[in-house]
Design a protein around this ligand. Structure first.
Ligand code: A2P
Length: 268
């Protein structure tokens, strides 16, 4: 059987199959990949879909993944951790261009502009793979039409874990669609917590002690001017909710937009 026979066979037997177009391994535990986009799939930047592979028994094994590409992109991008014993990521990390993955074309999520009231600045707080929905949102012109300043914070244990976000931000400057809009508006604030780097510590501590505001020369977060999106571990989400509510912000939803929104970084 040739490769194309195999692919044709899989395409027939696998529901909602999409083809992997590229894979990039960032560290031993992080990788990103791009897949074809179903022609009919519409989504709002920041949303997630269920993706996965077929199990041995022929049934799908699916997990929620934020779409990391913007809604104007021809392909879909995802950013994932590799969990050694993880039922899905232990296999998904080995995908190659030409392979197929299952993608349920039903995007949902709360890290969307529709769930936030208008404001002057938008803070995006991410840890680890929680940067994925923001990778979509910072490549969406709507983000820069709606806010005067966008502050993307990313906290990881080690410097190498920041590479995906750093490259994303550097790439934006040369982007023909969004480069000009981003100039002077997007502030990138990476921190590490375990490995030595120019800026260390948890973002929650930088918020509580005023380091973030001081380093950026911005006022402390206020309900009058600031909006926030949070995506990380349960601990981060819980702590940030408390901090943001301490600043007077209330949590929004698609049905009732407000001043901040939270979603957990799914695979981990
Ligand atoms: P720390 O190293 O101090 O735990 P993980 O790899 O465990 O998902 O963590 C990713 C990053 O998120 C790490 O830098 C970690 O810092 C940070 N982090 C974990 N929990 C919290 C929290 N409750 N508040 C702020 N940052 C957190």
């Amino acid at each position: 059987m040739t490769l194309s026979d195999t692919q044709t066979k899989k395409a027939v037997t696998m529901p909602d199959a999409q083809t992997v177009t590229s894979v990039r391994h960032w560290t031993d535990s992080l990788f990103s990949f791009r897949v074809t986009r179903p022609a009919s799939l519409r989504f709002r930047s920041g949303e997630f879909v269920m993706i996965g592979l077929l199990k041995e028994d022929g049934r799908p094994l699916l997990r929620a993944y934020s779409i990391a590409s913007p809604n104007w992109d021809d392909e879909l991008e995802f950013y994932s951790i590799k969990v050694p014993d993880g039922p899905l990521t232990s296999r998904l990390q080995h995908i190659q261009p030409g392979d197929q993955v299952i993608l349920r074309p039903k995007p949902v999520g709360t890290l969307v502009h529709d769930a936030l009231l208008p404001g002057k600045r938008l803070y995006m707080f991410a840890t680890g793979t929680g940067i994925a929905p923001f990778a979509s949102l910072v490549r969406d012109p709507e983000t820069f039409e709606k806010f005067e300043q966008v502050i993307l914070t990313h906290t990881c244990r080690d410097v190498a874990d920041l590479a995906y976000g750093r490259e994303l931000v550097e790439g934006l400057r040369d982007d023909p669609l969004i480069g000009e809009m981003v100039a002077g508006k997007l502030i990138y604030y990476p921190t590490t917590t375990r490995e030595e780097s120019p800026r260390m510590g948890r973002i929650t501590d930088h918020l509580r002690d005023g380091t973030l505001a001081r380093e950026l020369g911005l006022p402390q977060i206020s309900v009058a001017e600031d909006r926030a999106m949070v995506c990380g571990s349960i601990g981060l989400n819980t702590d940030l909710k408390e901090i943001l509510e301490g600043f007077g912000l209330t949590e929004g939803a698609n049905s009732e937009p407000a001043e901040y929104v939270v979603e957990k970084a799914f695979v981990g």
